[in-house]
Design a protein around this ligand. Structure first.
Ligand code: NAD
Length: 490
């Protein structure tokens, strides 16, 4: 029995700096529960003084505690303990996450927490597995390339997967010997603080991982601009990513990792195979987390032969969804994060209809869900390529349907002018899958599946407006180190 009473979960609402909870009075922001819209806590709107305090302590403790200079294996051991504590804390951490995020409790316990802990273990293993290089120079010289940590990494995360996003940012940065100051989304701020407490309990020196709360414009931008922040790792919207890239450029030319938005295609060919299986893949691709996933496959590009059977199946599956509060263990379908997101989805669906599309199923909010916003899984057909529902990231469970006859036409429709995060290709023909994979402008291509595996070795990251650099994989670890070239004459 995983269900719990959301009014009985207690937690700290302030910043977490130097291993201490603090509630500094710099203005407050109200936080709401997505499931029923109830305001349940306030967080501080941390300003420049608090951000500076967090960053300066991180830099000081990184050096004085020996975190940057100790044996990498020692760092790995602490990170492994941290991952174990996250797993052990699942009964409490899971409630905290399910309470304020869009993730139902069963999903958090069965997937999100193990996935978060395992990402940290992956980076614990990286800590002592990468070396620099000896470079061929004259015999009386020694040329070396030496990796070293940047210093303090400023990390900023979105609200859709608070725990795993924090692990993707902190795991590689800490394993590489950096300190981290993390600002979680102001919409889902609390579980990240619990993660940081557990890190200190596992042996991470206090102050090496600090959490600052507040809005993006106020707190996030101060973090990006602080002179002691030497690298910025951000996940969020394309618009914010562009602002962060500019701020990072004008305030110290900091390297950035930007994991941004998407509008990913699901390209289905006539020979895709079993209709039921393909329909399930497409369905999960655009409804998981209520469609609030960067990788959501929200554009179905389907070849005409298979289209009628696939659409019929999808419509019937969409009709089976039921809303439910995230603290009930029977809930499988997520609410939208808040009323602003709900109104955005509603207005884009309306506009799309005004531009000529036809609603095949859904198209509206579920009724009787208090002040929570649950959007019905929605299929929009007859959409022209310039329809707003094709062009814009809706960030809700809305799938556009476009048809094609020839392979080239399908691939052309799958390309997007702005985004290039992921793409799904569904065909049993290997040559066709390979041709499509090579042509698609997407940082990740999934063939006959849609979504990540539990293999942290496969990096994720977008092309074009979907971002710069990679999270996960060895690449994310290596991106947390700078390379120093050394030449020694004997
Ligand atoms: P958002 O860009 O509004 O906010 C993300 C974070 O940035 C929040 O913590 C916010 O407070 C902060 N922020 C906002 N403005 C800022 C500024 N000027 N300077 C510094 N920080 C600032 O995004 P969101 O609405 O929280 O998340 C949804 C978006 O995230 C979607 O576009 C989604 O596709 C994207 N996303 C991408 C990935 C990926 O891996 N590519 C993963 C998850 C989410």
């Amino acid at each position: 029995m995983l269900s719990f009473d959301p009014d009985k979960v207690s937690f700290s609402t302030g910043n977490y700096i130097d291993g201490q909870h603090s509630q500094l009075n710099e203005g407050q922001l109200q936080v709401h529960r997505p499931s029923d819209g109830k305001a349940y806590a306030d967080i501080p709107e941390s300003g420049s003084a608090v951000v500076a305090q967090a960053v300066e302590i991180a830099e000081k403790k990184r050096i004085s505690s020996g975190w940057s200079t100790c044996s990498p294996r020692q760092r790995g051991a602490i990170l492994r303990r941290w991952a174990d504590l996250i797993d052990e804390d699942a009964p409490y951490l899971g409630q905290l996450e399910a309470l304020g995020s869009t993730r139902p409790i069963a999903d958090v316990i069965n997937h999100e927490i193990p996935f978060t802990a395992e990402a940290i273990r992956f980076y614990a293993e990286c800590a002592d597995k990468y070396s620099g290089d000896l470079l061929p120079t004259r015999q009386d010289s020694l040329g070396m390339l030496i990796p070293e940590p940047y210093g303090v990494v400023g990390a900023i995360t979105p609200w859709n997967f608070p725990l795993s996003m924090a692990s993707w940012k902190c795991g590689p940065a800490l394993a590489a010997g950096n300190a981290v100051v993390l600002k979680p989304s102001e919409l889902t701020p609390f579980s990240t603080v619990r993660m940081a407490e557990l890190a200190v309990k596992a042996g991470l020196p206090a102050g090496v991982l600090n959490i600052v709360q507040g809005s993006g414009l106020h707190t996030g931008s101060e973090l990006v601009k602080h002179p002691l922040v030497r690298k910025v790792s951000f996940t969020g919207s394309t618009r914010t990513g562009a602002q962060i890239m500019s701020d990072a450029g004008f305030n110290g030319m900091k390297p950035v990792t930007l994991e941004l938005g998407g509008k990913s295609p699901q390209l289905v060919f006539n020979d895709a195979g079993d209709i039921d299986e393909v329909a399930q893949r497409i369905l999960r691709g655009f409804t998981a987390n209520g469609g609030q996933a960067c990788v959501a496959g929200t554009r179905l590009i389907v070849q005409r032969g298979i289209a009628p059977a696939l659409i019929e199946k999808l419509v019937s599956l969409c009709q089976q969804f039921k809303p439910g509060n995230t603290w009930l263990d029977t809930t499988r379908y997520s609410p939208l994060i808040d009323h602003r997101q709900g109104e955005k989805v509603q207005s884009l669906v309306r506009q799309s209809c005004e531009e000529g599309c036809e609603v095949l199923v859904g198209g509206q909010r579920f009724e009787n869900t208090e002040d929570g916003w649950f959007w019905q899984p929605t299929l929009l057909a007859n959409v022209a390529n310039d329809n707003c529902a094709v062009q814009e990231e809706i960030f809700g469970p809305v799938l556009t349907v476009q048809y094609f006859d020839e392979e080239e036409e399908g691939i052309a429709l799958a390309q997007h002018d702005t985004y290039g995060l992921c793409a799904g290709v569904h065909t049993l023909s290997l040559p066709l899958a390979m041709r499509a994979m090579q042509s698609l402008n997407a940082g990740t291509v999934w063939v006959n599946r849609y979504g990540r595996s539990g293999d942290f070795i496969i990096p994720t990251g977008g092309f074009m407006g979907s971002g710069i650099g990679k999270d996960l994989g060895r690449q994310a670890f290596q991106a947390c180190q700078r390379q120093k070239s050394v030449l020694i004459d004997f």
